[in-house]
Ligand binder design. Structure first.
Ligand code: FRU
Length: 465
């Protein structure tokens, strides 16, 4: 048996058909989460991109709606964002009911020019009208894209990249229509690849009343797991714009998290971020028949102090499953757990004891397995997909991805989300995160736990399916 690309993940959004990349226009509005996405409706590779659309009330179960903003022969609809113009500052709504406003990059096919255009909706995102005087922001560039708009200090702020220059440009507007340049950030941190899909979010610091600004930036190449990935800058926003107050960090050390942005107006203090679960290195080669591309689990972000710096922690949004395994105080000794499923969540608290390494195998069987290892000596967490299943479609795919573990206590908490074609690992509430696609046979459905170089004990483990 081999991987069956027609089987869909249970909890991760996939388009009904066609190619998908970045999430766009994420917003919570009127009781619904909207997920727009880069969609090539009739092919399994990138091409003439439109904005696909799906809605959800819980971020786990999605209903796909018709194309929201369609590509034309002259112009493709690249990434961008949606805001609720509650005060009708744009004048595009009706009195008392502000419109939803989408700002997106129009990429003109003939010239490859990239500028920012606007569409609006007055029917809860069901239909979209292009603004009559598009584009609203054009500087004559071929690498100016991915506007993310937020409300700050009584004005609209747009972050948008000059991709080749590796800068994030900040613009301000009172009405979403006329934009004035405010300031510029970068190049800084990782600059190996072009910069894409910026976002500026307010993130609470755990255990304090403090809130900081964090700038998220996707980098097309040079991420720790190879190819594309996301870095972030913790910093300050004032009249002079954004500046970082500590070195850049990576959001996820797996290979498959890119172009992540936050939901506008999401309930709660912690931003909810969702990303495309792939990597431009091999995105167009992964096994697929009807659709290609999935989104990551949405994650709530908080900041945690480490020595003199702050690091993001990320808690995935998960479903209430049925508990299929619940064990306490078991040694990690190679035990196979009674799990036969291809979508499940594992949460384990491990007393590290004398073991130098411990971890678990997921999607095990048929000569295949994906391995999560915590190395307490090296202070790393790794995700090994070299034997995960189909890997031969691209030379970069079969690899081990390793993340530094900022702190190792006596107890380490590991959470793993397994969903048909992906494994997401969160250690110590996502102080470390690793996200990888995998393409195992459906028969690889087991889970086992192990320790090496000493003993470690599972204080608790719970598997919900
Ligand atoms: C990121 C990206 C964006 C662009 C979009 C095109 O994956 O390259 O910069 O707007 O995809 O589909």
């Amino acid at each position: 048996m081999s991987f069956d690309p027609s089987v869909r993940p249970r909890d991760h959004f996939t388009p009904r058909r066609g190619w998908m990349n970045d999430p766009n226009g994420l917003i919570h509005h009127d009781g619904e989460f909207h997920l727009f996405f880069q969609h090539h409706t009739h092919a399994l590779v990138h091409g003439p991109i439109s904005w696909g659309h799906a809605v959800s009330t819980d971020l786990l179960t999605w209903a796909e709606l018709p194309t929201a903003i369609a590509a034309t022969a002259d112009q493709h609809v690249w990434s961008g964002s949606v805001v609720h113009d509650a005060g009708n500052t744009s004048g595009l709504g009706t009195a008392g009911a502000g419109p939803l406003v989408a700002l997106w990059t129009g990429r003109v096919t003939a010239t490859e020019r990239q500028s920012q255009s606007l569409s609006f909706s007055t029917d809860r995102g069901r239909t979209w009208t292009p603004y009559a005087d598009n584009p609203v922001l054009d500087i004559g560039s071929t690498a100016f894209r991915d506007p993310k708009v937020l409300r700050h200090d009584g004005a609209w702020v747009m972050v948008v990249v000059l991709a080749d220059a590796r800068t994030v440009e900040l613009y301000r507007s009172d009405d979403l229509l006329r934009w004035e340049h405010w300031s510029s950030f970068g190049p800084e941190g990782s600059v190996d690849g072009v910069w894409e899909c910026p976002d500026l979010v307010r993130v609470p610091v755990e255990g304090s009343g403090d809130v900081r600004w964090v700038l998220l930036v996707s980098v097309f190449d040079g991420a720790p797991a190879g190819g594309s990935g996301m870095q972030y800058f913790v910093g300050e926003l004032d009249d002079a714009g954004f500046r970082s107050t500590q070195p850049a960090r990576w959001l996820d050390h797996g290979a498959d998290l890119y172009a992540g942005v936050s939901y506008a107006d999401a309930p709660g203090a912690e931003p909810v971020v969702q990303a495309w679960m792939s990597n431009w290195q091999y995105a167009e080669s992964v096994p697929a028949t009807e659709f290609r591309g999935a989104m990551t689990a949405p994650r709530r972000l908080a900041l945690r102090p480490y020595d003199d710096e702050l690091g993001l922690v990320q808690r995935p949004v998960v479903r209430d499953g049925t508990e299929v395994v619940a064990l306490h105080d078991e040694p990690l000794d190679g035990t196979t757990l009674p799990v036969t499923a291809t979508s499940y969540r594992v949460v384990a608290e491990v007393e590290t004891g004398t073991a130098s390494r411990f971890g678990l195998h997921v999607r095990e069987g048929a000569g295949e397995r994906t391995t999560v290892v915590v190395d307490t000596g090296a202070r790393t967490v790794s995700l090994d997909r070299t034997a995960s299943g189909e890997t031969g479609f691209h030379p970069a795919f079969a690899a081990v991805h390793t993340a530094p573990l900022p702190a190792v206590g006596d107890v380490v908490r590991i959470e793993v989300l397994v969903d048909v074609s992906s494994v997401e690992v969160f250690v110590d509430e996502g102080a470390v995160a690793l996200t990888d696609q995998v393409f195992p046979s459906p028969a690889s459905a087991g889970v086992s736990v192990f320790a090496e170089g000493g003993t470690a004990v599972l204080r608790t483990i719970s598997v919900t399916a």
